[in-house]
Design a binder for this molecule. Structure first.
Ligand code: FMN
Length: 256
């Protein structure tokens, strides 16, 4: 039975979009699967070990500054040497997601992964890039909340002798809207899973949350404005004195 190693490359401990996508994708992949999280240097050894008897690896990666997060780049450097030393011949797939709405912004990340494969002697098999990935987190939080509200509504209606099935209809419509927003992701996700199961090259495909850009940007602006008030403060940093941290002091010391 073939083995696939699924690697969540988000540095977030929990609630990462990549972790969620990895679990969803894993449901469609046949054979033996190992789910791993690449977050700190301590995780690297275990992942390399898991790759030694694997046939395929799926990197689920967030886009950081138009590329891979730096801890992933450091890992790839180590993996390149490891694969060459141990003569590994894995098939590599990538599922990238980014914050902006355009999935195409993941193209430079895909190119880095493709070059990495040729350097490490691995088989590049393509993948998908998902724009507006953060919306997947919104949906996965909203669905249980909406479900809870539906149950509450049904109980209240039942106690008043009203039709308890009405809330089920409105919950179903919400799920329908959520599925519609994700139809590109689902279609390309299923297509990618078919290629992974067959071990064939999936090429590169880009998709996004199916929301007009101006609506997405409006919601994102509202969200980040609220977040910046609570996390960034309102007047913080307006007249602060520059305090160099240790890293800056070292650079300053070297310069003199
Ligand atoms: C440091 C940092 C850099 C980012 N750079 C980009 C970027 O260049 N383009 C983009 O579309 N999103 C960018 N994002 C947004 C992430 O790609 C997006 O939030 C993604 O869904 C995070 O996935 P995760 O939850 O799996 O970590 C950045 C986020 C962070 C924290």
């Amino acid at each position: 039975m073939e083995k696939t190693v699924m690697i969540n490359c988000s540095p977030k401990k929990k609630w990462s979009v990549s972790g969620f996508i990895m679990r969803c994708a894993g449901l469609m992949i046949r054979g033996r699967k190992e789910y791993l999280h690449l977050r700190t240097p301590d995780n690297r050894k275990g992942i390399l070990q898991a790759l030694t008897d694997a046939d395929k690896a799926v990197f689920v990666v967030p886009l950081y500054v138009d590329s891979l997060p730096s801890h992933v780049l450091a890992f790839l450097k180590e993996m390149e040497a490891f694969c060459r030393e141990n003569n590994l011949s894995l098939k590599i797939y990538v599922i990238a997601n980014n914050g902006f709405i355009e999935g195409r912004q993941n193209e430079p990340l895909m190119q880095v992964m493709e070059h990495f494969c040729s350097r490490a002697g691995l088989e590049w098999c393509g993948g998908i890039g998902i724009g507006g990935g953060v919306m997947l987190n919104v949906e996965r939080i909203m669905i249980p909340i909406m479900f809870g509200l539906m149950i509450l509504n049904m109980v209240l209606r039942g106690s008043q002798g009203e039709n308890i099935l009405e809330p089920v209809g409105s919950f179903g419509r919400t799920i329908g809207v959520f599925l519609l927003l994700c139809c590109g992701i689902i279609a390309f996700g299923v297509r990618l899973a078919v290629h992974i199961n067959r071990g064939t090259n999936a090429g590169k495909r880009y998709t996004r949350i199916m929301l007009p850009s101006f609506i997405f940007i409006l919601f994102a602006d509202i969200f980040f404005t609220i977040l910046s008030v609570f996390q960034g403060g309102i007047f913080r940093g307006w007249f602060s004195r520059f305090k160099p941290d240790i890293g800056c002091s070292i650079i300053a010391a070297k310069d003199h």
